[in-house]
Design a protein around this ligand. Structure first.
Ligand code: SF4
Length: 123
């Protein structure tokens, strides 16, 4: 079975939308429950180096699904599509959740819900 990863993106850590949560605790909560094979934090996935990061990471054929907790899902889909396609990663295997303006517990719950919903779809 392929690997599943969870990426957190936080608008450089300076945007007020992400000030209510402890991003490291969000990542640790997902790690503790072993819900994915790896987690990572990127400050700005929609910047040029974020694109480069996604292209490099998602070119790894062992990864079959990526969950991204960041901004609005439709924005994510638009912003990350080219990088996924260039990496040869099917964009439909990206599942995103908007965690802006949440606290730590709310963000963890939203991510867990996303992962559970993908699992129940057989993803
Ligand atoms: S991808 Fe979304 S959450 Fe990340 S920096 Fe860009 S706008 Fe902010």
């Amino acid at each position: 079975m392929g690997k599943k990863g969870m990426l957190l993106c936080v608008c450089q850590g300076t945007c007020p939308s992400f000030q209510g949560m402890n991003v490291f605790e969000v990542l640790n909560a997902i790690r503790r429950e072993k819900l994915v094979d790896f987690v990572a934090l990127h400050p700005q996935l929609c910047a040029d180096d974020g694109d480069e990061y996604l292209k490099t990471l998602m070119a790894n054929r062992d990864i079959d699904e990526v969950y991204i907790a960041a901004c609005d899902l439709r924005m994510q889909q638009k912003m990350f599509k080219d990088a996924f396609n260039m990496a040869g990663f099917d964009p439909s295997n990206h599942a995103g959740v908007d965690i802006r303006n949440m606290n730590t517990e709310q963000a963890v719950e939203a991510i867990k819900k996303l992962i559970a919903s993908r699992r129940s779809e057989g993803g």
